[in-house]
Ligand binder design. Structure first.
Ligand code: CMP
Length: 227
């Protein structure tokens, strides 16, 4: 059995307390799926087929209006999971999940997920903790959309992006794989043009540097020291 997959599953908070033998069983039951950038992993309202654990890449969780306007609720990265809600409440998918980068995920079937929760109370506890964390983040996003102007929302966006997906370089900069301006706009409720204009301004002030697929953010921006 693939030791790398067993290791990955052991690092997922949900499964951290499983014994090695259980992790191995789980890794045998997991099905590897690969997605290209912008590929829809599943769409809102589809029936649920399983829980997904991210091995690499990044996904966005989003809902769309009938007019095609997209709101991004969250972005998730390696060792995080998605697709648990529809399994827990037996409803269709609550949102669409789309690859933001080339992504590898492992799918765990519904029956296996249910068996794990029944046999391991620690998994149920971790699940509730993660759901609470996501609810807190959603509350913060709602607060930000309702109370901050667009400059404040972009600053808050970069802070969250750096905390959740950033790599601290130790020289006053944080590196992140750059999301598109459209995805940033769809998270903070503004137009792509506005995001481009604001980021150009941050670049001119030396607070954001874009290079290849990466963005480098000044830590002072993220701690709110810069206006
Ligand atoms: P499910 O409803 O099965 O399919 C969509 C998934 O997106 C959902 O499970 C969660 O895993 C995830 N999701 C939905 N809403 C949020 C949110 N507000 N924050 C983070 N993840 C979410």
């Amino acid at each position: 059995m693939c030791a790398a997959l067993t290791d990955l599953l052991g690092r997922v908070s949900l499964f951290a307390e499983l014994e090695p033998a259980e992790l191995e069983m789980l890794s045998r039951a997991a099905e590897r799926r690969e997605f290209v950038r912008d590929e829809v992993i599943f769409a809102a309202n589809e029936p649920a087929d399983g829980l997904y654990v991210l091995a690499s890449g990044r996904v966005k969780v989003c809902v769309s209006s009938s007019g095609g306007k997209e709101l991004i609720l969250a972005t998730l990265g390696p060792e995080q999971f998605f697709g648990e809600m529809a399994l827990l409440d037996n409803e269709p998918r609550s949102a669409s999940v789309i690859a933001q980068l080339p992504t590898v995920a492992y799918r765990i079937r519904r029956d296996e997920f249910e068996r794990l929760i029944e046999q391991h109370p620690a998994i149920a506890r971790k699940l509730m903790r993660e759901l609470s964390l996501r609810l807190r983040r959603s509350n913060a996003q709602m607060e930000s959309l309702a109370t901050l102007d667009v400059v404040g929302r972009l600053a808050r966006y970069f802070i969250d992006l750096a905390r959740q997906h950033g790599q601290i370089l130790g020289n006053g900069w944080v590196a992140v794989r750059r999301p598109t301006h459209q995805d940033i706009a769809n998270t903070i409720g503004t137009s792509r043009e506005t995001v481009t204009r604001l980021i150009n301004d941050l670049e001119q002030r030396g607070l954001v540097v874009n290079e290849g697929k990466m963005s480098y953010l000044r830590e002072s921006v993220l701690s709110g020291e810069e206006g």
